[in-house]
Design a protein around this ligand. Sequence first.
Ligand code: ATP
Ligand code: MG
Length: 285
Amino acid sequence: MEQIAQKDIVISIDNVSYDYRSNSDEFVARGVKGVSLSIERGDFCVLLGRNGSGKSTLAKLLNGFIVPDSGTVLVNGIDTKNDDRIYDIRSKVGMVFQNPDNQMVASIIEDDLAFGPENLGVPREEIEERITWALETVNMSEHRKRSPNKLSGGQKQRIAIASVLSMLPEILILDESTAMLDPKGRAEVMETAMRLNKDKGMTVILITHYMDEAVGADKVFVLSEGELIGQGTPREIFRDRELIKRAYLELPIASSISLELIEKGYDIPFALTDEELVEGICKLK
Ligand SMILES: Nc1ncnc2c1ncn2[C@@H]1O[C@H](COP(=O)(O)OP(=O)(O)OP(=O)(O)O)[C@@H](O)[C@H]1O
Ligand SMILES: [Mg+2]
């Protein structure tokens, strides 16, 4: 019998809404509204949206930190409303946040990495192995016995990623984890996330408001005022000027220059990166 290839959906969100409410249950703000999307295992996804568009709310819904007012969030087929499985979900969905300094709990890096697995009751020898592996993965092995204080921002974020890796997550969510970094630090963290995805097959969800960080993604989701207003490949999303405008996003310079040239009648392809733009211009007759 012919086999039909089944997509391996790791996250499935169906018509999810969440509002922030006061202690007296009064409406404070819309978090997300009517969001439906699914993420395939091994994908590198980018969640794009301007400030307050609901990105972090969606991230918190994904690891069960909050549960939807309506709709369902399934992680590996498990409903985040299922209290008995919440530990499973939290350990499968690792989150790295914006400020690296708020994510360090110990004064020695290896202790910081041990903290998560210790809480999960992982045996000592296995914790040692996980620390070694996690530090190698983010290229920080030589810092194992050091204090995190002396590290650069990019190195601190790589340690924060390693701390999450020590829990062996299946999904890594980076919530604006590059926002406070200089360009070098940003590049280090992006490279680490890309490598985890390509080499280890980890599902990565990168949250950002920088469109240029979405260039290499398999899939881009665009949020605006709590609603999912677009999804597609970077090329599909970047070419949709109406969508970009509605989301108040800014195209990377290479893309907007190429669009202007195309509109002026030059025969060059739409460019996502500087390299593509230069190549297009060089081929002009
Ligand atoms: N704890 C909270 N209490 C009340 N309102 C909140 C809370 N957290 C977020 N909000 C509101 O919910 C909406 C969505 O916020 P969210 O933090 O999800 O957006 P975001 O896209 O992550 O923004 P940013 O780019 O600033 O991180 C915003 O209007 C925000 O003000
Ligand atoms: Mg946020």
